[in-house]
Ligand binder design. Structure first.
Ligand code: DHE
Length: 540
């Protein structure tokens, strides 16, 4: 019996007992327990369900809904996950913690404080002023091939030399850095913590050095830089989950310059108090950022050429915008509206919505993958959290009009619970993971497709086994492929438990054989990896 079946059974059984329980008053909890539960909620749950628990990628967890389900059933859901993409926590949280969380989500959510200009200025520090920074690189590292790697649970980022596979330096950052983005010049790495702390790392010192930091909010996930000609390295923008807003900063010092709230009406015309900022991307041929607002489904094109008289174009798309990436021409941005089962396509040239494409349950592309399909021409790929399918969407309205903005092919992935797909312009392969699959073997494996011959059965590789780590109960989730600068290697993180050894496995993209395993006691829970050159140029 697989875990889905076990979980479904457990839910059905617990459901039978819950009718009586649910009719009671919500269970109460002590102030101390509530504080511990709030911490776990912030670290593990808020991202999907929202601080106010109104739901997005995850379900609405307001007391009206949770109390109806009742303590037992909530415990089962938290323990075993669901087919809809809710991850199982039985290998991460103790039984007591699971029970505490089931009680916690039946309480009324607390509303956290706002975080405005005064708070940002109070948190802002410049450790090394721009004029005191090196005038040329002070190290011999091939900076193009450096990987910025999130060490999720230690609140650090490791900068790994892609040529030698040695850790060049580890810097202390915000908690669980979500993404790293590069300045247009490739010199600066911007990393945003889940706790809203933004760090600016200068790669020109002998060792990677944090030169400025700021807190942009209480919870955040995205950061981007200005990439239009004349604005290189000039501005940074960070999107917050709480408060729902984005902040524009000086690119070299992180001095906050402007904050814009994203609260407002959804595409259905209803007010939402918590429309969180999801992915942000910089357009290369305009002074513009594409800012995707999750709960409202509004895509804001923010013109940064005049911050005092800021112009925004608001495009209506679909609710629950999350992650996305450019098509190969970098004219169209494709963003997953994951809980709406759609991908929205923005035409940044005309500033209009080009299409809303229906997909399978909960598309989750990361930045997606672009390649030329032998039959359908240029396509962009996304995998799904809620289905074992990779959808290929045609992206060339000029030469392949009949296929543009349609799902032209669906490939079978080795499982649902997938988060990221990846390829490279020099590669013949498309890689897909499934780290949130409740089956250990599937979460530890990846599927590789031959993009020149998609009729050929794909290859499934258990990457976790290649790392040869000690056996443990916790799943060694294999997550997020990233290519090296010349597109010959694929790097995967082995995301094991916080107290267990983790690793990064490097595979040869041509032969699909293991090339190296990066192990180090300091490499704790590596997740996202961002190659300097590929991130700077949006290559995927
Ligand atoms: Fe992510 C990208 C939000 C959980 C690793 N993640 C993103 C982006 C958003 C987002 C909005 C796009 C940023 C951009 O491009 O500007 N992620 C969220 C969540 O809200 C969610 C679902 C729950 C949470 O609590 O954070 C979530 N994400 C995770 C994880 O659990 C992952 C696997 C591990 C981790 O480190 O937390 C994870 N997310 C990533 C990575 C990217 C990402 C590696 C960047 C992919 C890329 O190729 O750009």
């Amino acid at each position: 019996m697989n875990k889905f079946t076990v979980s479904a059974l457990a839910l059905a059984v617990s459901g039978m007992f819950n009718v009586a329980y649910a009719a009671d008053e919500p269970p109460t909890m002590s102030v101390e327990k509530k504080a511990s539960a709030a911490k776990i909620y912030f670290e593990r749950c808020a991202g999907c369900h929202g601080i106010l628990r109104k739901g997005a990628t995850g379900k609405n967890l307001e007391p009206d809904n949770t109390h109806k389900l009742g303590q037992n059933r909530l415990e089962k859901i938290i323990s075993y996950g669901t087919e809809g993409g809710m991850v199982n926590f039985d290998d991460i949280l103790s039984k007591d913690d699971i029970s505490m969380m089931a009680t916690y989500i039946q309480q009324t959510p607390d509303v956290p404080p706002e975080f405005g200009m005064k708070d940002m200025l109070a948190s802002w520090k410049v450790m090394v002023k721009p004029e005191d920074r090196p005038k040329k690189p002070m190290n011999k590292i091939n900076l193009k091939n450096v990987f910025s790697v999130t060490l999720r649970d230690t609140g650090e980022v490791a900068l790994i030399d892609g040529d030698t596979k040695q850790i060049w330096g580890i810097v202390k950052t915000g908690y669980a850095v979500h993404i790293s983005r590069l300045s247009a010049s490739g010199r600066y790495v911007y990393v945003i913590g889940r706790d809203g702390k933004l760090d600016l790392i200068d790669l020109w010192f002998e060792k990677p050095t944090i030169v400025a930091e700021i807190k942009v909010g209480i919870e955040a996930r995205s950061v981007e830089t200005s990439k239009f000609k004349g604005y290189e390295d000039k501005y940074a923008i960070a999107g917050s989950y709480w408060p729902p807003q984005y902040a524009i900063m000086d690119g070299l010092t992180l001095k906050p310059l402007k904050i814009v709230s994203t609260r407002g009406m959804t595409v259905d015309g209803e007010y939402h108090p918590e429309p969180r900022v999801a992915s942000i991307v910089a357009t290369e041929d305009k002074p513009e950022w594409v800012v995707n607002v999750k709960e409202t489904g509004m895509i804001r094109l923010v013109d940064y050429s005049d911050l005092k008289n800021l112009k925004e174009t608001t495009i209506e798309s679909a609710k629950f915008l999350h992650d996305g990436g450019w098509d190969s021409t970098k004219r169209y941005f494709l963003v997953a509206a994951n809980a709406s089962n759609k991908v929205a396509v923005v035409d940044t040239k005309t500033g209009k919505l080009a299409a809303l494409v229906d997909t399978k349950a909960k598309p989750h592309p990361g930045r997606g993958a672009n390649f030329v399909h032998p039959k359908f021409g240029p396509v962009w790929a996304t995998s799904h959290l809620g289905a074992d399918v990779i959808s290929l969407i045609g992206t060339d309205p000029a030469k392949h009009k009949q296929y543009a903005w349609k799902v032209v092919q669906e490939l079978k992935n080795h499982g649902g619970g997938s988060l990221f797909v990846k390829t490279h312009p020099k590669s013949n392969h498309l890689w897909a993971d499934a780290p949130l699959n409740p089956e250990k073997d599937l979460a530890e494996s990846v599927t590789v497709y031959d993009i020149k011959n998609l009729d050929k059965p794909p290859v499934i590789i258990n990457v976790a086994k290649m790392a040869d780590l000690p056996e443990s109960k916790a799943t060694k989730r294999v997550v997020q492929a990233e290519y090296n600068a010349d597109g010959t290697e694929v790097w995967y993180s082995i995301w094991a438990g916080k107290t267990e050894p983790s690793a990064i496995v490097v595979l040869d993209d041509k032969t699909l054989k293991m090339k190296a395993v990066i192990k180090d006691p300091k490499l704790i829970t590596p997740t996202g990896k961002f190659n300097v050159y590929n991130t700077q140029r949006d290559i995927y």
